[in-house]
Design a protein around this ligand. Structure first.
Ligand code: ADP
Ligand code: ADP
Length: 228
């Protein structure tokens, strides 16, 4: 599903964020990415959805070799990968429904399918009753669930989450984790970068620890492993 081989990433300013990473992630896995601030977690994640290009090495996502991907093929890669962020990134002037529908409109899904699919995913994240609300009328946890609905509406094979609970209190974070677990149990591969020791230690999933741009640990039923 995701293969990285001898991957390096040096930014134009000379900072080497990824310093030789090889890893395999299978379809259906749930993987936590942990490590100190500045360790390279976000860069590792951005390489997978081609937000950044590696300086060296091979990245294969969903049988597509990203270094051979042409610019015009990037939208197709992005259909296979949903992404959610710490700050949600919802469009403020659109309703929850419109935010989610937008992802289908841009890929020119037939209108009759859009309504059905949008309500389906709003149901999955428990937000059917907020379809007409603006993002500003939602709590942080609801906004993140709306962002998750938008990310999965295309049925991506991979969902990437960069600190999705970073702005949320522990109780709300657990609701987000339940939502992600449901999505994972339907077969979607999930990669989640997080600083939440309590979440990682409670879930007993695969943990990849990145330190100074390399994989310092990769454990199947891992722990967070850092003091907070
Ligand atoms: P993390 O997500 O673990 O905090 P990042 O991948 O964001 O780590 O950053 C790794 C290193 O790369 C840091 O030293 C950071 O300052 C640097 N970095 C991240 N993004 C850029 C960028 N766009 N340009 C230059 N340096 C960057
Ligand atoms: P299918 O038509 O193949 O049954 P679904 O409508 O069930 O597909 O949606 C599959 C996609 O929807 C998953 O890959 C995932 O992105 C998302 N999804 C998330 N959670 C669920 C869930 N509980 N049930 C179904 N699909 C989910």
């Amino acid at each position: 599903m995701i293969v990285m081989k001898d991957v390096y990433k040096t930014y134009p300013n000379g900072v080497t964020a990824i310093n030789g990473i090889s890893v395999n992630i299978d379809q259906g896995e749930f993987v936590y990415i942990v490590g100190p601030s500045g360790a390279g977690k976000s860069t590792f994640i951005k390489l997978m959805y081609r937000e950044e290009k590696p300086t060296k090495g091979t990245i294969i996502v969903n049988n597509k070799n990203l270094s051979e991907l042409k610019e015009k093929e990037i939208p197709y890669l992005r259909r296979d990968i949903g992404v959610v962020f710490q700050d949600f990134k919802l469009l403020p002037k659109l309703t929850v429904y419109e935010n989610v529908a937008f992802a289908l409109e841009v890929i020119e899904e037939p209108p009759r399918n859009i309504r059905k699919r949008v309500m389906e995913v709003l149901d999955i994240v428990g937000l059917k009753n907020k379809a007409r609300s603006a993002p500003s009328e939602l709590s942080g946890g609801e906004q993140q669930r709306a962002a998750i609905a938008r990310a999965i509406v295309n049925r991506p094979k991979i969902l990437i989450a960069d600190e999705p609970t970073g702005n949320l209190d522990p109780e709300t974070s657990m609701v987000i984790m339940d939502t992600l677990e449901t999505i994972n149990s339907s077969g979607t591969t999930i990669l989640m970068a997080t600083h939440s020791k309590s979440i990682v230690n409670a879930m007993k999933k695969r943990v990849i620890a990145i330190e100074n741009g390399i994989i310092a640990r990769d454990e199947q039923r891992g722990e967070y492993g850092y003091e907070v």
